[in-house]
Design a protein around this ligand. Structure first.
Ligand code: UDP
Length: 296
């Protein structure tokens, strides 16, 4: 997502400083960027950073985001949500910059309300394995609002729902790259549990457009950005087989602990406040993503 955001910002004429310690990212995702308005810094944002030049906007997207990554990197995930967010808010305060936090649908946990509106407080297990991500992001939202209220930092919070598209790591472990790569290699498609759990998949260009609109708006409360087209994981597996023309079989594996049973964004607020709604349907988005994985 970060590299797609860099592309959009450069297209719009901004100067961009991209910071990543590549713990889950890949510098090949920015290899194509040739602009002299672009700088890349390898830095871990849990350590402080200062800039002499003026910064106007900070998009804080830094965190492992795939369940297998944050289960592998639990302490780093908690640190980047807490210390990383604290450092980036400190930078925003010092620079008088506008700050946007990339939060997540995981703040709703295993939701008891479907679809999830922003005023739903969620159902999170703080001590479960996913708690390291969910609680880090909930803390990140809390400190963002505290900096807004007490230091008058101009803040935005986007709650991102399942997003997919090019430049995802093949071994990232999330359902979209897993199923596509399994289908392309003719391997078994691994559905966790009975596949009745639901997700709603948003194409990356829609997501980035929503994030940019939110940054440029004057809206401080959290905004869900995601595609409300909800389907079961089983239906999604069949869709991937259909689009890739694969003869892979579907097999079942154990459902991860605290895996949310349903997830679908209520995007009423994004429509009202940002005039945003997704434009890319699943078939179109998946075809582009499959093409990317075929070529990489
Ligand atoms: N999933 C699956 N097979 C896989 C990877 C994921 O059935 O190979 C399921 C997972 O259990 C979850 C959904 O797909 O119900 C989405 O998982 P993902 O890891 O993409 O992210 P999440 O939405 O859980 O954060």
């Amino acid at each position: 997502m970060g590299s797609h955001l860099c592309d959009l910002l450069l297209d719009k004429g901004h100067e961009v400083i991209c910071i990543d310690n590549l713990v889950t990212g890949d510098s090949r995702n920015i290899d194509h960027v040739k602009s002299d308005k672009f700088t890349y810094l390898n830095h871990d944002i849990t350590k402080s950073i200062y800039f002499g030049d003026k910064i106007d906007y900070i998009f804080h997207l830094g965190s492992p985001a795939s369940p297998i990554d944050y289960l592998d990197l639990p302490i780093q995930t908690l640190k980047v949500g807490a210390l990383g967010t604290y450092n980036m808010l400190g930078l925003a305060k010092e620079q008088d910059a506008r700050f946007l936090l990339a939060s997540t649908s995981e703040v709703y946990g295993d939701p008891l309300v479907n679809p999830q509106p922003e005023d739903y407080w969620g159902n999170v297990n703080p001590i479960g394995p996913r708690g390291v991500y969910d609680e880090a992001k909930r803390y990140a939202e809390a400190i963002t609002m505290a900096y807004h209220r007490y230091h008058v930092v101009d803040t935005r919070i986007v709650r991102i729902f399942n997003t997919y598209g090019s430049r995802m790591r093949a071994g990232d472990g999330r359902v979209v790259p897993n199923f596509i790569n399994q289908a392309l290699c003719g391997e078994d498609i691994t559905v966790y549990g009975d596949g009745s759990q639901t997700r709603s998949f948003c194409y990356v260009s829609d997501l980035i457009d929503g994030i940019y609109r939110l940054m440029m708006s004057d809206f401080v409360e959290p905004v869900n950005i995601g595609n409300p087209d909800e389907m079961s994981v089983m239906e999604f597996a069949k869709k991937v087989i259909e689009i890739t023309l694969s003869d892979s079989r579907i097999i079942f594996k154990k459902l991860p602990v605290d895996d949310p049973k349903v997830r679908r964004p209520d995007i009423g607020r994004a429509k009202d406040v940002l005039g945003w709604e997704p434009e890319v349907g699943l078939d179109e988005g998946l075809m582009g993503t499959v093409e990317y994985f075929r070529e990489s």
